[in-house]
Design a protein around this ligand. Structure first.
Ligand SMILES: [Ca+2]
Length: 396
């Protein structure tokens, strides 16, 4: 009896231990919104829009603030202008030099992407610095990509430690202390750099791996300038222009293949590129899908595609049976790495609001060695030879 009892206890201890182990392993943050990442958790004493703008630390649950930080409510006015709250009823505004931060548990040496929404209040030159020290990037909020008055952005970092702090800071010094960016809906996602698939030198050519996207947000996520291919929210790719490109999903847009793709914006000012592995002096073919996002983007749509020293502009030709077409470009590699890049030829806007930026969609990018051509040609010669022999035989 005692034996049975003790073995039962042992079992329970084991179960408990394994639970604890699972807890320890999974202590790192899960993909999704941060705790109070939408700023909807009421502070002690409730939301107080009556107190207004005040100096000193603001009490925002789960966040640490420094400087003039204010919780803003949707519908709230400032100087006759209604403040924009990207999602829900509340957001946070950062005054001059002010910041908010939150501690996160992550997996060391892993790559993470942070998604957040931002709106500017008054200044044209508003900017927002996002950092997980020592990694840091200042994002220019000067360009408004959508007419709603706010945009979602993604920024990636490699975790240097298990315990990190994510910081949003307004680096500006405006004359009007009530100016400063508004932030909302902060989320995180651990990125996985996909392996190259057989017969395609492009990494993440289908764009399926990328930043976290809120299911209820229909504006896509902007990928601002990022020249470091090792810390890209879009693994494998860099955004080498000073304007952003938009990462879109199939829930809100038409995507050629899978669930995700890229919409090129701002003409030549929005360029994505990748250095792909090639063998010098070998013939290659770049193929990709070129489409329309079904977002009322005014046509014509066209891209400039680059592969090594070849460049070609390709127009999207509307077809009632499909929302995309396959385009290709042949090139001969000159080195062991070849640059593949795309930008939109036109500066397109949506026809419904005439001002939100939009453009052609690129997906399913492939770079393949042109073996098939040679094999095909070989077969053709062989077949012709056979036919000739048969003809000679018959005629004899
Ligand atoms: Ca895709």
């Amino acid at each position: 009896m005692k034996m049975i009892w003790s073995s039962k206890v042992c079992k329970w201890v084991l179960v408990l231990c394994s639970f604890l182990l699972v807890e320890l392993v999974s202590a790192a943050i899960q993909d999704g919104p941060l705790v109070n990442g939408d700023f909807e958790t009421p502070p002690t004493g409730g939301f107080s829009s009556d107190i207004g703008f005040s100096d000193g630390p603001t009490n925002i649950p789960s966040w640490k603030s420094n400087g003039t930080v204010e919780l803003v409510e949707s519908g709230e006015k400032q100087g006759g202008m209604i403040l924009i709250v990207p999602q829900g009823s509340h957001a946070v505004r950062l005054g001059n030099d002010a910041e908010i931060s939150q501690k996160l548990k992550v997996e060391k040496a892993e790559l993470y992407s942070v998604t957040f929404s931002a709106a500017r209040t008054c200044a044209q030159l508003e900017a927002l610095n996002v950092s997980v020290p020592p990694a840091s990037q200042t994002i220019d909020l000067q360009t408004l990509y959508s007419v709603q008055g706010w945009d979602s952005y993604a920024w990636a970092f490699e975790a240097q430690d298990e315990d990190v702090s994510i910081v949003f800071k307004n680096p500006g010094m405006e004359d009007d202390p009530a100016c400063g960016p508004i932030i909302d809906d902060v989320a995180i996602k651990k990125l996985i750099v996909p392996d190259k698939t057989k017969g395609n030198a492009v990494v993440n050519g289908d764009f399926e791996e990328g930043p976290f996207m809120f299911r209820n947000e229909s504006l896509g996520v902007l990928l601002p300038t990022n020249l470091d291919e090792d810390t890209s929210s879009l693994p494998g790719w860099i955004v080498e222009s000073n304007r952003a490109v938009r990462y879109i999903d199939s829930y809100h847009y038409t995507v050629p293949e899978g669930k995700r793709a890229v919409e090129l914006l701002s003409g030549k000012e929005g360029i994505i590129s990748q250095m792909v592995e090639t063998k010098p002096n070998k013939p290659y073919r770049l193929t990709f899908s070129l489409g329309h996002a079904s977002d009322t983007c005014k046509q014509p749509l066209a891209v400039m595609a680059f592969a090594g020293d070849q460049a070609q502009n390709i127009h999207y030709t509307p077809n009632s049976n499909s929302t995309f077409q396959t385009a290709n470009l042949n090139f001969t590699a000159k080195a062991d790495r070849t640059r593949v890049a795309f930008y939109s030829i036109y500066y397109n806007t949506r026809s419904d609001d005439m001002s939100s930026l939009c453009g052609p969609v690129v997906d399913d990018v492939r770079v393949q060695q042109s073996w098939s051509n040679r094999v095909g040609l070989g077969w053709l010669v062989l077949m012709l030879g056979c036919t000739f022999q048969v003809l000679v035989f018959v005629s004899v």
